[in-house]
Design a protein around this ligand. Structure first.
Ligand code: C2O
Ligand code: CU
Ligand code: CU
Length: 534
């Protein structure tokens, strides 16, 4: 299937470089020479890499692409089988141009997978790319050998067939490559998709759930596009070509939603659920509507929040997901926008991370609207387990964009052995830069941030959380119980350049009582042991 059928009507429109009044004001004063930023875009040099915006530069011409639901079949043993083919291709981005891209079952991005709690799923992942890669099921609880991290590489031409039983509640998960040292490039080229989990409890809630109608995925990604629309992948691979010297990796000023540039969505229901994935390499988004309307947060990374949380702004860092419900009135239009965000860092770092940027994400156009059921008061019964008094407490310091607790990722080193089913308290801190911290195969709750109760958007089940400098985040982490002392799961920063740089560690799940006797080195197959260093 091809989720981006070639479109014959392009929308040729070249806009002058957008130096807005806002950019200049936010950038301060002082007009020196000029510095080139990603091709034709120039800004006064004295401003350094200034703030960016696309506000006023979009016409919202292209209907939002909805990633198709993946076909599946039930095999002889009752498993739901998905066939995924990783492929290289070309994608036309109307209004921008053509780009060489990668995708899953199509040239860019991938289909939405869907399975229910209790179901056995089996994947056949065919790698038709020129490079080895892996496919990781981000947020999924499953045996480490099925996780698709850097130890489950798929050679070009090979097929990987993991299988597991979905044991966790309804959630919006996602999948993406995870080859050590190359994740940023592979995700950036376009390999990513959603993996929706359903369960009976959420089905009984009467939430908007007609996929593509009132249950709309929004995969938000920023790209650096050259003038012909092609992706600047050099920027993804080589730090020197990035603004800010590549500390955070790629940041682009072209926003794609589900792979659609300049998108609009026509809604036909008065209440719409958006499943938001920040699938960007490094950019955070602080989302809100241009009329500052309130919307309801109903789920975070790993499932429903206890009750809907009214918000006007929602911060989503790289790798995070959120589900929101938004009410629309007939015949109105409103824009979802990303606003400047407070990442608790000084101006130079804010600039490098685009934290002062403003980007329109998508225009929503309401027509005549069908009525919707009321939003339930209560969503999920479970606010998380009690933390045992003797819970193991660990501290993780994310330092200098390459390491955790002073150690850089080593494929052959196990950093932690964790007893099956443990509930541990992890404190994660950063001394200078913002990050997002992700743990594989686990669900956590945020206990506090800088000693304060977490903000409203961090009170649901999570697997990825923003970490800002000097505000240690305490997590209650519920680990799984698939024991395998020789196959690790990862924990890492989800700013993909940081992950590739080695801000990542490995843990194994072991029989309780064997933590201290677990070998902390792995015998590495030749193919995985080599160093991808940059
Ligand atoms: Cu979404 Cu280890 O990654
Ligand atoms: Cu993950
Ligand atoms: Cu980081």
């Amino acid at each position: 299937m091809n989720q981006h059928p070639s479109k014959t009507t392009t929308h040729p429109r070249s806009r002058p470089s957008t130096i807005t009044r806002r950019t200049l004001i936010a950038g301060g004063v002082g007009l020196g020479g000029c510095v080139a930023l990603g091709g034709a875009f120039t800004i006064p040099a004295a401003l350094g890499p200034g703030t960016q915006t696309n506000v006023g530069a979009l016409d919202f011409t292209n209907p939002l692409t909805i990633p198709p639901l993946a076909d599946s079949r039930i095999d002889g043993s009752g498993r739901r089988v998905f066939e995924l083919t990783l492929q290289a291709g070309e994608t036309e981005f109307p209004g921008k141009g053509m780009a060489a891209t990668w995708g899953v079952n199509g040239p860019f991005l991938g289909p939405t997978l869907r399975a229910a709690q209790g179901e056995a799923v089996a994947m056949a992942v065919h790698n038709e790319l020129p490079d080895a890669t892996s496919i990781h099921w981000h947020g999924m609880h499953l045996p480490a050998a099925m996780d698709g991290g850097p130890h489950q590489m798929i050679a070009p031409g090979a097929t990987w067939e993991p299988h597991w039983t979905v044991e966790q509640p309804a959630a919006t998960l996602w999948y993406h490559p995870h080859p050590h040292g190359e994740t940023a490039l592979h995700v950036y080229r376009g390999i990513a998709g959603l993996f929706l989990l359903d369960d009976d409890a959420s089905a009984a809630l009467n939430l908007p759930s007609e996929y593509g109608v009132d249950d709309i995925p929004l995969i938000i990604q920023d790209k650096r596009m050259k003038d012909d629309g092609s992706f600047d992948t050099n920027a993804a691979s080589f730090p020197d070509s990035l603004r800010g010297g590549g500390v955070f990796g790629i940041l682009g000023r072209t926003i794609l939603v589900n792979g659609t540039y300049d998108p609009y969505l026509a809604v036909r229901r008065s209440r719409v659920r958006f499943r938001i994935l920040n699938g960007s390499n490094a950019r955070f988004y602080n989302l809100g509507f241009t009329d500052d309307r309130s919307f309801s947060l109903i789920a975070t990374d790993n499932g429903l929040v206890p009750e809907p949380v009214p918000l006007t702004r929602l911060l989503v860092g790289p790798g995070e997901r959120a589900e929101i419900i938004v009410e629309f009135a007939p015949d109105e239009e409103v824009t979802l926008r990303s606003y400047p965000q407070d990442l608790h860092v000084p101006r130079p770092i804010r600039r490098q991370l685009g934290a002062d940027d403003t980007f329109d994400i998508i225009r929503v156009r309401a027509g005549s609207l069908g009525a919707a059921a009321p939003l339930p008061f209560r969503l999920a019964g479970d606010a998380g387990a009690e933390i045992p008094a003797d819970a193991t407490v660990r501290t993780f310091s994310l330092d200098d964009h390459t390491s955790i607790n002073g150690r850089t990722m080593d494929m052959a080193r196990i950093d932690l052995a964790i007893p099956a089913g443990a509930l541990e308290v992890w404190t994660v801190q950063s001394d200078g830069q913002p990050h997002t911290f992700h743990i594989h195969g686990a669900t956590f709750r945020v206990l506090d941030v800088g000693g304060q109760a977490p903000g409203a958007t961090l009170r649901g089940p999570k697997d990825t959380v923003p970490i800002t400098p000097d505000r240690p985040v305490r997590l209650a982490v519920q680990f799984g119980s698939h024991v395998d002392p020789q196959m690790p799961y990862m924990y890492h920063c989800h700013l993909l350049r940081h992950e590739d740089n080695g801000m990542m560690g490995q843990f194994v799940i072991v029989e309780p009582g064997t933590e201290d006797s677990t070998p902390m080195t792995l015998a590495m197959p030749e193919a995985l042991g080599h160093d991808h260093g940059h």
